[in-house]
Design a protein around this ligand. Structure first.
Ligand SMILES: Cc1ncc(COP(=O)(O)O)c(C=O)c1O
Length: 423
């Protein structure tokens, strides 16, 4: 008996030790060069606007174009029939990427559509409470305000603490028997911090409260596992860190909650059967799609997801963290620049401002040097920007295909701009 217990302990120790030791294999210089060669857009400019839209791999673009060409020659329905399996594989790949079931995925045009379908599927009534965070995206904020006006719901915004971290204590205190929904943006549009969606999910599930995650900036950047997050719904876009074409996205809805949500748009595709006076909604997440949608882009989305899976999202995340840390470090060393990102967990979105120069002007000046950055406007992340008295920030959002050299060049241009202001 004693011998068996010791043996079990030894095995547990060995497994734990091994898993702690399991290291993520960093992307090598050669791999980065190869990946860049597979993306036309990396030539001749520095693209630091991946949180806007990243550069798609050539294979994604070619997939979409050749599908459209086949549609034009074979016919739309005939081409769909020919690529039936590949189109289906997009759902399979997405499900694999976020550890969901294929029947829990609906393809959408973008994250706002996906989020809105989930949010508006909930039957709110007066007095219901929605708990959210200060990093919430504008579409979601508008959704809350709309539901407040229409049904009389209450919105509780949990502020980050002084160090930029989501307050789990305030969050738990905010939960009441009236809490209908917890809606959280994992990675905000205009800040580098992150919200602890796994920890929040544990509490949401413990209280059996619906949990909707905006993972628009996360999927393709950070490993996302819907089972680990314990979320009921997750909204995602294609064009950002997934490197898919514009006009793509998806919604995850956990099987067990699908019947609790209303389908806003219904057509012949979204029902199992229809009679002259009744119908039955289909029993998978595609109840949130309609029959007519863009097949070429669906195929492109699938290719982009496969591309991520081939590289490994943990390796992507490791590289993004390395590059963004480096950029923040270099920016902090420039006189006249303030880096705004705080919080223990930070991502590939680097935000800053330059004393005495409007963010829009910085963006334009850098664009003249073939460096793409964007401007994070107050409205995009309104609770956070208002709280911090920010009207706009420069947003440099990095992806794995960016390089240390590109960061150096961008910072060099910023040094020159700061010097011009000084003189
Ligand atoms: C955090 C976040 N959520 C949602 C969205 C909306 O995504 P989409 O434009 O695909 O609807 C964005 C877009 O920038 C975003 O940054």
């Amino acid at each position: 008996m004693m011998f068996v217990s010791v043996l079990i302990l030894l095995i547990v120790y060995f497994v734990l030790h091994k898993s702690l030791q399991m290291e993520i294999k960093a992307l090598t210089e050669l791999e980065i060069q190869n990946l860049r060669q597979e993306t036309k857009g990396t030539v001749g400019k520095i693209h630091f606007n991946n949180a806007g839209a990243s550069l798609p791999p050539d294979v994604v673009v070619e997939t979409v174009i050749s599908y459209l060409q086949e549609e034009a020659t074979l016919g739309g329905y005939e081409t769909e029939f020919k690529y039936k399996e590949q189109l289906e594989n997009t759902y399979v790949s997405i499900a694999r990427l976020i550890n969901a079931g294929k029947d829990e995925i609906a393809i959408a045009e973008n994250a706002s559509t996906a989020w809105t379908l989930a949010f508006n599927g909930i039957s709110f009534k007066s007095g219901d409470e929605v708990i959210t965070c200060e990093m919430e995206y504008v579409t979601n904020l508008i959704g809350f305000v709309h539901a407040k006006k229409k049904y009389g719901i209450t919105i509780k915004v949990i502020p980050n603490d002084i160090r930029g971290n989501f307050s789990m204590t305030e969050f738990e205190d905010a939960i009441s028997e009236k809490t209908k929904l917890i809606a959280i943006t994992h990675i905000p549009s205009s800040a580098g911090g992150m919200i602890p969606i796994v920890e929040i999910g544990k509490i949401a599930r413990k209280h059996n409260i619906l949990y909707l995650v905006d993972a628009c900036q996360s999927v393709g950047q950070v490993p996302i596992d819907v089972k680990e997050i314990n979320c009921d719904m997750l909204a995602v876009t294609g064009r950002k860190y997934l490197r898919a074409p514009r006009g793509t996205g998806f919604l995850f809805v956990r099987k067990a909650v699908q019947d609790k949500l209303d389908s806003i748009f219904i057509d012949g595709f979204t029902v199992q059967w229809v009679t002259e006076d009744d119908y039955k909604i289909r029993d998978d997440a595609r109840r949130f799609e309609l029959y007519e949608r863009n097949r070429a882009l669906t195929l492109g989305l699938g290719k982009a997801v496969d591309y991520v899976l081939n590289i490994g999202v943990d390796r992507i995340w490791q590289r993004i963290q390395f590059l963004s840390r480096l950029m923040r470090q270099q920016l902090k060393g420039i006189n006249g620049i303030t880096v705004h990102d705080i919080g223990d967990q930070q991502c590939g979105i680097v935000t800053f401002s330059v004393n005495g120069i409007e963010s829009a002007l910085i963006k334009n000046e850098l664009a003249e040097k073939q460096i793409n950055v964007s401007v994070g406007l107050a409205k995009s992340t309104l609770y956070y920007m208002n709280k911090n008295h920010l009207t706009a920030v420069v947003r440099a959002s990095l992806h794995y295909y960016n390089t240390e050299e590109e960061i150096k060049l961008c910072c060099k241009e910023l040094v020159l701009l700061c010097k011009e202001v000084e003189n």
